[in-house]
Unconditional design. Structure first.
Length: 274
């Protein structure tokens, strides 16, 4: 059973990671992610924003946002919770409201006075997740609600707090500029020549820089943006497939369907039904 099958069935996945076996490509899926780093430093790309996540920081984001992790200062440890909103009981849905209103780049949460409480809470989640105890699912729901309460209070108390990767090196700035350009103009037939001209670099440098820093080509990343935007339209609208294909920048519906299946394993219609 894949991670996505587990998430769909149980609506909650917990992982503790200490190695560097992280995905080499960008990911996106339903629900939310909570990432708490306890050692090492992660660089996280979220759409067109860079975050440097240090020990004690917690990153919270809508998992449909294209994201990728990269360890820049090992050894590291991070705790990840992936959950679907439906795992939170109806009476506690107010805890999700601050998450639903998240705006870039207000994703990184700092809870300096709560680190011991977080360690205890994540410890309970980790032990419960692998146990076969009575009312295990209810216990995990309760622990998740306690965690969401901490996060939601922090987001409500500091709505304007913004965090980005620091320091802003020339490399960081160019990565951000390339990502911003791609995410702003993915609907257009944007060529490498036009991109290089807009960024004031050579096409050769742009291709090699992006491949080195992001682990994929510009064209492959652009296709992933379009497919990812299509996921949102498939989930939240009743638009026909040909209209979604056009809105996200594909030249033909057949190319859209083929690209969507290559990246997700499903046709657009299958994804919408699931």
């Amino acid at each position: 059973m894949t991670f996505y099958d587990v998430l769909r069935e149980h609506r909650f996945v917990y992982e503790r990671k200490t190695n560097q076996d992280y995905p080499k490509v960008f990911d996106s899926h339903l629900g939310y992610e909570i990432v708490w780093v306890t050692s090492g430093v992660l660089e996280v790309v979220l759409k067109n924003h860079l975050y440097r996540v240090k020990p004690g920081h917690m990153l919270v984001f809508n998992a449909l946002t294209m994201h990728k992790f990269h360890v820049i200062e090992p050894p590291y440890e991070r705790h990840l919770i992936h959950f679907l909103p439906s795992v939170v009981p109806e009476g506690a849905h107010a805890l999700l409201e601050p998450l639903e209103r998240l705006a870039y780049p207000n994703h990184l949460v700092d809870l300096p006075g709560e680190q011991e409480r977080l360690a205890e809470l994540f410890g309970r989640i980790g032990r419960e997740y692998v146990a076969d105890e009575w009312q295990r699912k209810i216990a995990l729901q309760l622990y998740l609600q306690e965690l969401l309460l901490l996060i939601s209070r922090q987001l409500r108390n500091s709505p304007g707090r913004q965090w980005t990767a620091a320091p802003q090196t020339a490399r960081d700035k160019l990565v951000g500029q390339v990502l911003l350009l791609l995410h702003e103009r993915y609907r257009e037939p944007l060529s490498l020549d036009l991109m290089a001209e807009a960024l004031h670099v050579s096409k050769y440098y742009l291709c090699h820089f992006f491949k080195r820093e992001m682990g994929t080509t510009v064209q492959a990343y652009m296709k992933q943006i379009r497919v990812n935007e299509a996921k949102t339209l498939l989930l939240h609208t009743a638009y026909p497939i040909h209209l979604i294909s056009d809105q996200v920048g594909f030249q033909t519906s057949s190319h859209f369907i083929r690209s969507f299946k290559d990246l997700t394993g499903f046709t657009p219609e299958q994804f919408r039904r699931r």
